[in-house]
Design a protein around this ligand. Structure first.
Ligand code: OGA
Ligand code: MN
Length: 210
């Protein structure tokens, strides 16, 4: 697979920054080339097969608990240097972070992300990507890794926009959604098949109690 590079002035990144500034969210249906999405999906499945995904919690730090009535996905956090496709994705997100800092002065310090696997029937109730005790998460970014997804398969990301509109995103391979973490309530609808994504957050500096 050829390595994919994007400098922070890439037109696609500038469009995302512009959408965020104007509307608070952005959807790019064709963000990742198919080979990179496929490699990330394979990596996620491999980690799942090796038992590395664990039921996601709700909350942060010691206050975290698993509550399947709120969210039913299984996750694994990404670390740099573990696999080529993951490092490529992290590099792309770093270019986006640079663009956001340069054009919107967000002061984003880092990007954290995890693979998420929703088994059939799993969902994530309506929420904001902010913890009660920390406002470090500023911008959420989700990339989907599901080939041949049909609307009938379910699993949409449903965003409640400021305009009062509910906007549904199909979790199709290579599609990227970016939104302001504290301002866009959203939920994941149950699907009839397994649903894979890489979900991440750009964070600013901040003090956390623990
Ligand atoms: C999350 C989330 C959305 C999605 O993990 O906080 O809202 O579409 N994910 O996977
Ligand atoms: Mn969320």
């Amino acid at each position: 697979m050829r390595a994919m590079h994007m400098t922070s002035d890439h037109p696609l990144l500038l469009r995302i920054v512009d959408d965020l500034a104007t509307h608070g969210w952005s959807q790019q249906p064709v963000f990742l080339p198919a080979p990179l999405s496929a490699a990330l999906a394979a990596e996620c499945r491999k980690r799942a097969a090796e038992g590395e995904l664990t039921p996601a919690g709700v909350g942060r730090g010691t206050a975290q608990e698993v509550r399947e009535g709120i969210r039913g996905d299984h996750i694994r956090w990404l670390e740099a240097g573990e696999s080529e496709p993951c490092d490529q994705y992290l590099a792309l997100m770093d270019s986006l972070r640079e663009a956001l800092n340069r054009d919107l002065f967000l002061g984003l310090e880092d990007f954290e992300c995890h693979f998420a696997l929703y088994p059939p029937g799993a969902f994530y109730r309506k929420h904001l990507d902010r913890f009660r005790d920390s406002d470090r998460r500023m911008v959420s970014a989700v990339i989907y890794l599901n080939e041949d997804w049909l609307a009938d398969d379910g699993g949409q990301l449903r965003m409640s926009l400021k305009t009062g509109v509910e906007h549904d995103v199909q979790p199709t391979s290579g599609c990227l959604v970016v939104f302001l973490s504290g301002e866009v309530p959203h939920e994941v609808l149950p699907a009839t098949r397994e649903r894979l994504s890489l979900t991440g957050w750009f964070r600013r500096r901040g003090n956390e109690p623990f």
